[in-house]
Design a protein around this ligand. Structure first.
Ligand SMILES: Nc1ncnc2c1ncn2[C@@H]1O[C@H](COP(=O)(O)OP(=O)(O)OP(=O)(O)O)[C@@H](O)[C@H]1O
Ligand SMILES: [Mg+2]
Length: 496
């Protein structure tokens, strides 16, 4: 097997590349030059030869060989000089030197100048061929690296452009709380000064809570492994920002820092403050209105009281007293509304307790005479429903005190409110209630007909229960008197 055949059999590296590879042999010894050229041609290389450095450089310029195989010692221009000039051109061409016996030091020097390798004479073609293949393989690898680097540079450029296009301020923080990168909007807003980049921890700059790392979004997003949001006031710019920090983790879950997005929310904050101020103003106004309504009702009560002093007819006096109590029980709703935080609903249990206490006081009932038992669920009821309810309770409790216990030394009064039907989280029409007012007194005569009654109280109860509340009232007179009112809380109706 001759050298060329042997090397063909051994060829394992990038056959396609080798087929097209150009090799230039520069040697002043014609025997070596021709032998190498012929063997390379037999191996399908595009081979050229030159007898000195000058001629070699001309061929290098015209043919752009992939590899130059050059003797070191040559007349006119030696191999090292050829190498230097080739390297100056910054091409990918690799140079392999042929050196005579004892020329190793020169060859090593040549390697320092950038030669790919050297072969000692007498030349083993197989050895040379492997060196050429390796040189070409290195070129291919270098070409690939160059392509990757170009692609990488391109994508980094594209990323930078996109990063800088975002109109919100963006900053990337490392795990040590340093701001390591920021987009154009960020540097335009905060400036690119040393205070922000790398000298101070990010929480010191933006949290504006002296050294309070606990509020640091970098830390919070790390611990929660999720995006965290907070609003800050950045004093140097007199601006409110909403900051969203999203944590950055490596593939193996290691925290690398976070990306912060700053949104200028100054305008929104101003609107919020205005809305808050106007809400506060309206709350005060509403409280004031309830207060005045309650005062006006008390004035009406007092006026009736004054009239009573001039009335002699007992029946008229009683009527006026009842009227006064009805007005008082309504004024109590307004009193409770302006005294509580909730300006539209009353706590029904508290309200009933106050109302019954007031009625007992106005009828001068001693606690030992009437034992009052209340079992009312903890519920808030809106004014529209609370007012008719309070009038009904007023009438029923008043009736018990006025009529039920005559001839008795003591009596029992029971008032309860419970929710009936399906319970819902939010109040809807389905929020149905059952109110019971019951005494253990003598009871209403069985032949009593509410529709034929000349008095107002029970008629008022019927009108309020059925027409105003849309509910149902039942009367039970078996043991004492029991009134059962079933109703749904009224939905708020827009009036304006
Ligand atoms: N709890 C009760 N126990 C016994 N009798 C009652 C009771 N409630 C009402 N009555 C009787 O029913 C009548 C009608 O009651 P109603 O409330 O309509 O009138 P009133 O209390 O007499 O006057 P007003 O119109 O001022 O309420 C009463 O006069 C009384 O005889
Ligand atoms: Mg009555």
């Amino acid at each position: 097997m001759d050298g060329a055949q042997g090397s063909r059999a051994q060829a394992s590296l990038c056959v396609w590349c080798l087929l097209m590879a150009k090799v230039l042999v520069i040697d002043d010894e014609i025997i070596i030059r021709d032998r190498l050229k012929n063997l390379l041609l037999l191996d399908d290389y595009e081979a050229y030869s030159a007898e000195n450095g000058i001629e070699g450089l001309e061929l290098f310029e015209s043919e752009a060989p992939d590899v130059i195989v050059a003797d070191i010692k040559m007349p006119k221009l030696n191999g090292i000089e050829v190498l230097k000039r080739v390297k100056m051109k910054k091409t990918a061409t690799e140079v392999i030197f042929i050196t005579g016996h004892g020329g190793v030091d020169t060859a090593i020097e040549a390697m320092k100048e950038g030669a790919f390798g050297y072969i000692q004479k007498p030349i083993e073609y197989d050895e040379l061929k492997i060196a050429i293949e390796k040189a070409i393989e290195k070129q291919n690898m270098q070409a690939k690296i160059d392509t990757y680097v170009l692609e990488l540079e391109k994508s980094v450029n594209e990323w930078e452009i996109t990063f800088n296009c975002v109109s919100d301020c963006l900053s990337i923080h490392d795990e040590h709380y340093n701001i390591i990168k920021a987009n154009k909007a960020f540097t335009d807003t905060f400036g690119y000064h040393s205070d922000i980049f790398n000298t101070k921890p990010c929480y010191d700059i933006f949290d504006c809570i002296k050294n309070d790392i606990a509020h640091c979004l970098n830390l919070k997003s790390h611990h929660s492994r999720a995006s965290c949001i907070k609003d800050i006031f950045y004093k140097p710019l007199n601006t409110y920002f909403e900051i969203t920090a999203s944590p950055i983790f490596t593939k193996d879950g290691k925290f690398k820092g976070s990306i912060h997005i700053f949104k200028d929310i100054t305008q929104r904050k101003l609107y919020e403050e205005q809305i808050q101020a106007s809400l506060q103003e309206k709350t005060l106004l509403l409280r004031e209105i309830h207060h005045r309504v309650k005062n006006n009702m008390e004035i009406i009560s007092s006026l009736i009281e004054l009239h009573i002093e001039d009335i002699e007819d007992k029946k008229t006096i009683n009527m006026c007293d009842d009227m006064k109590n009805r007005i008082k029980s309504m004024s109590l709703v307004h009193k409770m509304l302006y005294q509580s935080d909730n300006l539209s609903e009353v706590n029904f249990a508290d309200y009933t307790k106050n109302l019954v206490t007031d009625i007992l006081n106005s009828y001068c009932v001693e606690p030992s005479m009437v034992a009052v038992n209340m079992d009312i669920i903890d519920v808030y009821i809106a004014m529209d429903t609370a007012v008719p309810c309070c009038l009904i309770i007023n009438e029923l409790v008043t009736n018990s005190l006025k009529h039920a216990f005559t001839g008795m030394t003591s009596g029992k009064l029971h008032i309860s409110l419970r929710e009936v039907g399906q319970k819902t989280d939010q109040k809807t029409d389905n929020n149905a209630y059952e109110l019971i007012v019951k005494d253990n007194g003598k009871g209403i005569p069985e032949d009593f007909d509410i529709n034929k009654s000349a008095s107002l109280g029970l008629k008022l109860i019927k009108i309020l229960a059925e027409y105003q509340l849309g509910g149902k009232i039942e009367m039970n007179t078996k043991e004492g008197t029991e009134f059962k009112l079933s109703f749904n809380e009224l939905q708020y109706k827009k009036r304006f």
